[in-house]
Design a protein around this ligand. Structure first.
Ligand code: URA
Length: 249
């Protein structure tokens, strides 16, 4: 298998992250620095990172309902609690994408770098569903339309989203992009302040009854559904990506 894939399966980084590790000359095969991420290797090749021998770990995927104040990294330089600290496992788990420290809700953790890449790469357009409490309330129909059509942000216009008002000041926003603080910035762009932000679904997977701070390991059927969602851009409702159908009223 390709070296970058091997590193991703060993749980040290996503596929793209693995390529960086290789270019930083931190990876050796049989004691020799390798700079080609496509190099063919297997368990007997003696792959090591920073001198530490690596072996592929059994893939695991966990869902966590992230509480506020917890950061979506494996280690925090400021000593804040991390999502990986809330999910005990012998595997080297890391978060699939990010939620802001104050955002709550569904975040996935895995040691499967390939899956993480599939689920986060914009090319695969996996939808994420957010519940957003905003002020002032309510949000006008015209502002909702702006969210649906795309909002001009400093890093460019957002792709069409689905947005509906569940009750005055409570929005459900569905996006397939994953830009930094995207939902917060979209709401600010239409003149609303985000009071609370929760992710309630990631592709076909919903938060449902998982309590705040609780986690559970996904079944292989659930992991397969996630993988399929990346292949088809399927939404939590099994529909196409948001740009391909009219937004609900
Ligand atoms: N959008 C945001 O603004 N923040 C998040 O944490 C996730 C999506």
């Amino acid at each position: 298998m390709r070296l970058a894939k091997f590193l991703a399966h060993a749980g040290v980084a996503s596929r793209r992250g693995a390529e960086q590790l290789v270019s930083q000359r931190r990876v050796t095969v049989g004691g020799e620095v390798v700079t080609d991420p496509a190099r063919d290797v297997d368990e007997r090749s003696g792959v090591a990172l920073d001198g530490e021998p690596l072996a592929p770990e059994r893939p695991e995927v966990h869902a966590l309902n992230k509480p506020p104040g917890v950061v979506s990294t494996a280690h925090d330089t400021h000593g804040r609690p991390t999502v990986t600290g809330l999910v005990p496992s012998r595997a080297r788990l890391y978060p699939v994408g990010r939620l802001d420290a104050e955002t709550t809700g569904l975040i996935l953790l895995t040691n499967d770098g390939e899956l993480a890449n599939l689920l986060t790469h914009p090319r695969y357009g996996v939808e994420k569903v957010y519940r957003v409490r905003v002020t002032p309330a309510p949000v006008t129909e015209s502002d909702l339309r702006t969210l649906r059509e795309g909002v001009e942000l400093e890093d460019g216009r957002t792709a069409p989203a689905r947005a509906r008002q569940v009750e005055p000041g409570l929005l459900e926003v569905v996006i397939a992009e994953g830009r930094k603080r995207q939902v917060r910035r979209m709401c600010e762009a239409i003149g609303h302040r985000v009071e609370a932000l929760e992710r309630i679904a990631f592709g076909p997977l919903r938060l449902e009854s998982l309590g705040l701070g609780k986690h559970r390991r996904l079944s292989s059927a659930e992991v397969e559904r996630l993988r399929k969602a990346a292949a088809t851009g399927a939404s939590p409702r099994g529909e196409g990506p948001p740009a391909m159908r009219p937004a609900p009223g």
